[in-house]
Design a protein around this ligand. Sequence first.
Ligand code: PHE
Length: 527
Amino acid sequence: QLQQLILDTLDKHSKIEDTRSLDVPDKSDSLEAQLAVLGALNSLLSRDMVKYDSHETFSYVLTPEGAQIAKEGSHEARVWAALPAKGQGIPVTPVQLKKLVGDESAQVGQGNAFKRKWIAKEGDGLVKISQVDSITDTTQLDLQQIQSTGDLKSGDKVLADLRKRKLVIQKKGQWFTVHKGPSFSTSIAKPETDLTADMLVSGTWKTATFKKYNFEAEGIPTAGGALHPLLKVREELRDIFLEMGFAEMPTSSFVESAFWCFDALFVPQQHPARDLQDTFYISDPPKSLPPEPSYYKRVSTVHEHGGYGSTGYRAPWSHEESSKLLLRTHTTASSTHMLYKLAAKCRGEDVEGDEKEFTHGAKPTTKHGEKKDDDGFRPAKLFSIDRVFRNETMDATHLAEFHQVEGVVADKGLTLADLIGFMRVFFSKMGIEQVRFKPAYNPYTEPSLEIFAFHPMLNKWVEVGNSGMFRPEMLEPMGFPKDVRVHGWGLSLERPTMIRYGINNIRTLLGHKVSIESVENSPAVMF
Ligand code: PHE
């Protein structure tokens, strides 16, 4: 309808100087009318039926407060009207004034009325200045003018002031000058949007008008994948490890045997962490495959009878306990596999090639290039970030599964100071500068340290990780030489992620209550 109106008007006058002169159907508001005109013009433009220039206008409208003042007068006029003239009544105190004209008018109006010299102080109260027996409420008059014309004759300074007082807002408008285009006609043929097989067969494609491509159109947003906040933080942590020279460990086996999750780490078979209440056991298949027999023997012996300078636990060894399958409770199970693999050379196994993936340093050689006293050990720095499972009561901060971030370093002559140093660097790269270490207990490390970081938002020290030097009872049965030290530390991925994103309920991060939109919109993190 509007397109037809534009074409007909153009046909009659060959040009539309100002589209505000068009009588746009169903649009009483002029801004809306011009918006509709723009839509119609663009559609005609795409068919080359018209050309147009656009012009900007600014008009002004009243805010609700402005409209109230236009109706009832300005705050200052209301104050003035409420006061007695000097010498003709009892001055009105500020408290009384508030009752008379309301809090807001009393507050704003007093200052303005003083400025205009309409009122004066007398004693504790206020009065009209006697010379002023009538006032002109310019604010009200100006606002009334804006209300009816959208503009103010007296000019920009007053307008700027009214805008600052939030009584008036500026509205941008547009209008257009329209000319005929190369394909001008008064009849609108609906352009074809597709070239069809039928058109080709019948030959109608020769005369059909096609809709022009709009290369400026924004495409439909693609529903691409988005990284979950946890994965973004994982990426950052991975970068920290990689730039510190660590290699990533394989962590794909969620199901482990109790042997690799606990026994190989010298966790006693009676340890409470192995209880059903803490660990998810697998019933099918009922048992794990047996580990390599001689290593298995060394591990069971150190538990039962001791060795390597240890008295052991002196408790009966259960083969059944060791072969249970479970969902790993910590990624240290994977680290243990890797350490066992790292020690293969020390055990005299032939693993050429394999170890180069994750170890550091060359073989010690003599001047003639022969092997010299090679005990097979190569230092290694390893890390992993993956999922672990614990049979926990779930609440706002605990789920039955979460992610652990773990670093392990193996070398000769490492000390506790190296471990502390590594962790200071690591946490400072995460943006955590203030760390403290507290002696702790782990069955597989000695000494063990809990790591605390100062949380500026909570204004307190919070536990952020656990660490320690792996025990000889764990390392020596693997075949590591006595002078090899291995230290490690672990933290959860969830906690730093929740802190980063200001999330305080884990269920907003993981599980069925997570909004996909929030995942898609979550910003990248940068430590
Ligand atoms: N496995 C420990 C945990 O579950 C973390 C840790 C890793 C501790 C390595 C010491 C050495 O919290």
